[in-house]
Design a protein. Structure first.
Lengths: 89, 143
């Protein structure tokens, strides 16, 4: 898997969002935007990229079904940060 | 109350600060909050790859008291007409931004919209008049 991860190219915004999710756990997009000071549009784009590359996934938010939570794949995240260096937000 | 003059003044403060940071750092993009209300957040974005100031990004969303619909101080205890009127006013606000050159984008199912415009010209007070939200409860604590 590490070899596969090493071939993944990510924009800086996606690495920032992945770092935030790895550190803070499941979070809805608007909260990522506010707490990490990243524009909502950038967060949305980053999450789409991370989902396509299977670095995070979306789960229902039982407290508020309108605001799904995003969760980082911790093992893949570690491999990503080995490649890019740690950018924890 | 937010005025075009107060927004312009804050815009100037932020752009000066961004210019200083640009000299001191070769880091990534800069993001600053120009204003924030319960319904709207207006951001200034300066891209590291392009020294020109800036993009303005308006984010429009439902207020927290609407989203947390099951909490004790939720919308159930508020005037629903107030919430609906707020939504209508902000949809019209988004249309006004589009007329002024902003690109609209629908972000998510929880009523998240953004309006974005690149700024590569000198701005006048008319521009800041346009970006004042319809419900303009200015919250200094959020800036």
């Amino acid at each position: 898997m590490t070899e596969l991860i090493m071939s993944v190219d990510l924009p800086e915004s996606a690495i920032q969002v992945l770092g935030f999710l790895s550190k803070n756990g499941p979070t809805p997009p608007r909260d990522i935007s506010r707490k990490a000071n990243i524009p909502l549009r950038t967060v949305s784009y980053a999450l789409r990229t991370l989902m396509i590359k299977k670095l995070c996934h979306k789960v229902p938010n039982l407290g508020d079904m309108r605001r799904p939570l995003y969760i980082a794949d911790q093992e893949k995240s570690r491999a990503i940060f080995m490649k890019y260096g740690s950018i924890m937000v | 109350m937010i005025t075009p003059e107060s927004l312009f003044k804050r815009f100037e403060q932020i752009t000066k600060q961004l210019a200083l940071e640009n000299l001191q750092s070769d880091g990534g993009d800069s993001v600053s909050v120009l204003l924030e209300t319960d319904w709207v957040r207006v951001l200034l974005l300066k891209h590291n790859t392009d020294s020109r100031i800036v993009s303005i990004e308006v984010e429009s969303y439902l207020p927290d008291f609407v989203e947390k619909g099951t909490d004790s101080d939720s919308v159930e205890k508020r005037d629903m007409v107030e919430v609906v009127n707020g939504m209508i006013a902000h949809l019209q606000y988004l249309l006004k931004l589009r007329t002024s050159g902003f690109n609209l984008e629908f972000i998510g199912p929880d009523y998240l919209w953004t309006a974005t415009r690149d700024i590569d010209e000198t701005l006048d007070l008319d521009f800041f008049e346009v970006i004042i939200p319809p419900i303009d409860t200015w919250s200094d604590s959020k800036i």
